[in-house]
Design a protein around this ligand. Structure first.
Ligand SMILES: [Zn+2]
Length: 131
């Protein structure tokens, strides 16, 4: 997968930083282990954390829902982060969350981390071939 995806831009790094900041603040090993951030066309950033429980929603739909609740659903980019010790690496969104973003904005960007640790951006449509 070395040639898949495009290099991160400053706004992608800022989105990752926003998710990391939230997880630093709200991390709870029993409840909240992932944070997500989404950027909308007007430049607003909405964030969310996962909620461990019987159904355990991912952080991404919580962030997307926060944006929709604010009346802003023109998504342009999405990222999630987890915690590994003192690090907050990018966590590639699961297939369900990619599909959810695709349903709103197939040209939006999703930030992913490959197995070799490389972080890049893809359009969500590229990340779901044939969707
Ligand atoms: Zn997910």
């Amino acid at each position: 997968m070395a040639n898949v995806g495009r290099a991160l831009r400053a706004e992608d790094r800022a989105l990752i930083a926003a998710a990391k900041e939230l997880l630093r603040q709200r991390y709870d090993e029993n409840r909240h282990t992932v944070a997500a951030a989404v950027r909308t066309r007007r430049g607003a950033v909405f964030r969310g954390v996962n909620i461990e429980g019987i159904h355990t929603p991912c952080a991404e739909p919580v962030a997307l829902g926060a944006a929709v609740a604010a009346g802003d659903r023109e998504f342009v980019s999405m990222v999630a982060v987890c915690r590994r010790g003192k690090q907050y690496p990018v966590l590639s969104p699961c297939g369900n969350c990619r599909q959810m973003l695709f349903d709103y904005a197939p040209h939006a960007t999703v930030i992913v981390r490959f197995r070799d640790g490389r972080v890049a951006r893809l359009t969500v449509a590229e990340s779901l071939p044939g969707a």
